[in-house]
Ligand binder design. Structure first.
Ligand code: FAD
Ligand code: SIN
Length: 556
């Protein structure tokens, strides 16, 4: 690959990356030229959390019964006091327009009746009204395929599949990554490009750009059990942190209440939309239990349902609970939940006539890289959108189906902003070259595999659904040791994708642990036995972590 200068580099091909790419590609810049765009995915182009999204996208579409105010109120309630009202209002106000845009791009959603013009809206936890538009139970697949088809037709988008961004190049004050020579700093104080690893050849190239957008998704792979695909390793958060961006609210990693419990069903989600259509949670002996925890029962927000299941599993000593939708007809179930029906059947579970064994699993990163409402981060010309970003929308607990909405709304907002700025900047083509002359090939790959496993295991056991000071302290000690080992390894050996992801996971794990230690109360998804109650006097605020090089970057 040559080092062509791009106007914009977009890292990530999920809902956020595809939206900003299409919006930018369509927009002519002020000089009437279309911007050149590099769109990068570390794996196959469609792979990421977006592809697996099930329930749908929340927006106010039934204006007779629902309203922006109701959606705002529900989001703020679910967020347990920490949502930023400006971000909530901004996102929800742009909901309908974003859905219209997606439909215009060719994405097909489920209708009430086949030939009807009315879309079927479902309900999920925390929502007071039916407002979730969906494509049966495979909304992410429909969204991803629809947007990708458009991206493939855009002449000014160059796709880089199987390319992993290793680090951001920030001038002049960022820490220069260890594989570059300190004498080779460039002169501007902004993000000027990236180091890009071709994961098939293991070659690293520097790629310059006027603007870089991180749309790299969440970090739920930091936990042993997760609904997320392998790509959710928090790369964007770790890269932005190393480059000098602040991150916020990392203690709020959401656990989805219902993932399929089966030894062979790796990370398969059972959508909250089942509960939206009346499915009930039951203990193994068939007893209902959600009424003991919240008057909204199965439709309480996720933090409450996940903590209730965890409590009941520990109390009864069982490995799972049941989710039962057999009150609905087989036709309804097969029509509304075809993916879940087929997947469960492949494991011998017929959900039309028997309950589904389920357990909670790590699902969504509510915290992330701090941005404003245009997606701008602390570093000039560096944007972050989608699950990797912290916009203040989700507070201490994201409400179901607000995530895809955020990807669309902020993807469009970032594109609008960049469009107005493109002509102000020139591309800096001379970037410090990647230098791997002092490292060698490793014959100790087992160290990487072992550390991956250890990290995810102690995060699950010590920093999971229910936390404790003592466990957090143990996790902190473990992560310090691991960080040292990983840093040594990184300095000695040639990099590959596993090592890069492990390095990023370790960074994100430490950010989660530090944030969880700072919050000495229980709120939303963060529940600790040492401080079991909310403390509005001291903790009605975000947990903001500031990287060591933040002031350096922002003082000139
Ligand atoms: P992703 O879709 O995760 O995409 C990340 C992209 O970044 C990928 O292309 C990846 O290859 C790329 N990438 C990452 N790191 C690098 C790197 N270093 N170099 C190059 N590329 C990189 N939300 C809802 O609103 N409604 C739902 O119904 C819903 N259902 C869900 C079901 C499941 C099973 C899961 C896992 C999540 C669900 N969510 C849902 C959450 C939602 O899907 C995600 O939050 C959202 O899709 C994130 O989109 P994104 O564009 O930010 O990231
Ligand atoms: C689901 O379908 O339960 C997932 C919805 C979400 O994560 O927003």
């Amino acid at each position: 690959m040559n080092t062509e200068c791009f106007d914009v580099i977009i890292v990530g091909t999920g809902a956020a990356g595809l939206t900003v790419a299409l919006e930018l590609a369509e927009q002519t810049s002020q000089a009437n030229e279309k911007p050149t765009i590099a769109l990068i995915s570390k794996g196959p182009i469609h792979e990421g959390a977006t592809l697996y999204a099930q329930g749908g996208i929340a927006a106010v579409l039934d204006e007779d019964n629902d309203s922006i105010d109701f959606h705002v109120k529900d989001t703020i309630n679910a967020g347990a006091g920490l949502c930023h009202e400006d971000s909530v209002k901004f996102t929800i106000a742009h909901g309908k327009e974003s859905i219209d845009w997606v439909i215009d791009k060719g994405v097909k959603f489920s209708k009430e009746e086949e030939n009807d013009s009315t879309y079927h809206l479902t309900r999920e936890g925390g929502h007071s009204h039916r407002r979730v538009i969906h494509a049966a139970d495979a909304t992410g697949h429909a969204l991803s395929e629809g947007l990708l088809a458009q991206v493939r037709q855009a002449e000014n988008i160059t796709l880089f599949e199987h390319h992993m961004v290793v680090d951001l190049i920030v001038s002049p004050h960022s820490e220069i990554p260890s594989h570059t020579s300190p004498s080779q700093k460039s002169i501007e104080k902004q993000c000027v490009g990236i180091y890009l690893l071709n994961t098939q050849t293991n070659q690293v190239t520097e790629v310059p750009a006027k603007f870089t957008i991180l749309a790299t998704g969440g970090a739920s792979k930091v936990y042993l059990y997760t609904s997320n695909p392998d790509s959710s390793t928090g790369d964007g958060i770790a890269m932005a942190w190393r480059a000098g961006c602040r991150v916020a609210n990392m203690e709020f990693n959401q656990f989805h209440p219902t993932c399929l419990y089966h030894p062979k069903a790796k990370s398969f989600l059972i959508s909250e939309a089942l509960r939206g259509e009346g499915a009930k949670l039951k203990l193994i002996d068939g007893t209902l239990f959600m009424h003991k925890f919240d008057e909204r029962e199965e439709l309480a927000p996720r933090d409450i349902v996940a903590q209730a299941i965890d409590y009941e599993m520990k109390r009864t000593g069982s490995d799972f609970v049941y989710l039962d939708i057999t009150h609905k007809s087989p036709e309804f179930i097969k029509d509304h939940f075809p993916t879940i029906y087929k997947r469960c059947l492949s494991f011998g579970i017929d959900i039309t006539c028997e309950p589904i064994p389920v357990v909670p699993a790590a699902h969504y990163t509510c915290g992330g890289i701090m941005t404003n409402l245009d997606g701008q981060t602390d570093i000039s010309n560096l944007y972050a959108i989608g699950e990797t970003a912290f916009t203040g929308l989700h507070g201490a607990n994201r409400m179901a189906s607000n995530s895809l909405l955020e990807c669309l709304v902020f993807g469009k907002a970032a594109a609008e902003k960049i469009k107005t700025e493109l002509q102000r900047y020139v591309c800096e083509p001379l970037l410090p070259p990647w230098d791997d002359s002092r490292v060698t090939g490793s014959e100790e790959g087992v160290v990487v595999t072992h550390n991956w496993d250890e990290l995810r295991r102690f995060m699950w056991n010590y920093v999971g659904i229910v936390r404790k000071n003592k466990r957090l302290l143990l996790a902190k000690q473990r992560i310090k040791l691991l960080q040292r080992e990983i840093d040594d390894y990184y300095r000695q050996y040639l990099i590959n994708s596993d090592l890069i992801e492990l390095r990023n996971l370790a960074t994100v794990a430490e950010l989660i642990i530090d944030s969880a230690m700072d919050r000495k109360e229980s709120r939303g998804i963060h529940y600790t036995l040492d401080y079991p109650y909310k403390d509005d006097k001291k903790f009605l605020k975000d947990t903001i972590l500031v990287p060591p090089n933040y002031h350096e970057i922002n003082s000139c």
